[in-house]
Design a protein around this ligand. Sequence first.
Ligand code: SHN
Ligand code: NAI
Length: 214
Amino acid sequence: MELYPINLKLAGRRCAVVGGGAVAARKVMLLMAVAAEVSVFSPVLTPGLASLVEARRLTWVPRAYNPGDLYSFFLVFCATDQPDANRQAAAEARAAGALVNCADAPELSDFYVPAHIVHGDLLITVSTGGGSPALARRLKEDIAARYGPEYGHYLALIAKLRPEIKGRLSTAKEREKFWRETIDHEALNLIKSGKFSEAEERIRHAACCTGPES
Ligand SMILES: C[C@@]1(CC(=O)O)c2cc3[nH]c(cc4nc(cc5[nH]c(cc(n2)[C@H]1CCC(=O)O)[C@@](C)(CC(=O)O)[C@@H]5CCC(=O)O)C(CC(=O)O)=C4CCC(=O)O)c(CCC(=O)O)c3CC(=O)O
Ligand SMILES: NC(=O)C1=CN([C@@H]2O[C@H](COP(=O)(O)OP(=O)(O)OC[C@H]3O[C@@H](n4cnc5c(N)ncnc54)[C@H](O)[C@@H]3O)[C@@H](O)[C@H]2O)C=CC1
């Protein structure tokens, strides 16, 4: 195993993307989705990136990367179509202490972006360690067909009820047993049919019937 699985909080963090093509755009969109503060260094942008600049949601430095650009970022993506520029940017960013992703050189990257499915706070990711991004994408599609948006609603309900259940069941052991038994298909089926309050009641009711003796 080479990769440590970790999910980063990037809200408000300064992140840089070097390059403004299709790959850079994919990385930028994801950074924006998690409210990172994003700067793009590239002479040319995709139309999608250009409209984000116009909406003032993105800082654009409209030129090729220059040494010295990357001294103050937490995370840096090097995603130009020029291998030498990517290498130089990656080396500078790493020397400055940033975590680096080099789009055309996995061996120069500190981390990879996994294929992912998002439903609210539910994040399902697939990594192939850089071995086959196409396989990661395919597996993601298979998983997405199995775990739809209802799981996001289910998670939101469980997360809402967790503090209440924590108050009712006094030990961690009881809570662990409760949640292992309560996360079942019945509540999920209720959510699938739009019966949110019935699903909530089902979980609350289960908590009433659980106690130290059960
Ligand atoms: C190492 C990594 C670095 C990183 O970018 O983080 C990396 C590297 C490279 N990708 C390349 C090609 C492709 N990348 C994709 C797609 C995705 N690539 C993503 C991640 C990663 N790509 C990281 C490893 C993740 C892992 O494996 O765990 C995904 C999962 C996430 C995202 O980028 O958002 C996203 C899925 C989007 C989705 O879910 O839909 C497709 C498929 C397609 O587009 O249909 C192809 C063409 C088919 C193929 O090559 O498999 C090449 C060029 C190879 C060449 O020159 O031929 C390199 C460089 C190299 O390998 O040397
Ligand atoms: N990691 C991944 O998921 C994938 C990576 N790749 C790799 O990523 C690279 C980029 O792919 P695309 O976005 O499709 O290329 P592209 O040709 O669409 O875009 C390249 C961008 O880099 C900019 N650029 C060129 N030189 C620059 C410099 N010195 N400084 C700043 N910006 C510069 C250009 O203006 C352009 O916006 C490819 O060379 C390929 O090796 C390709 C597919 C997937």
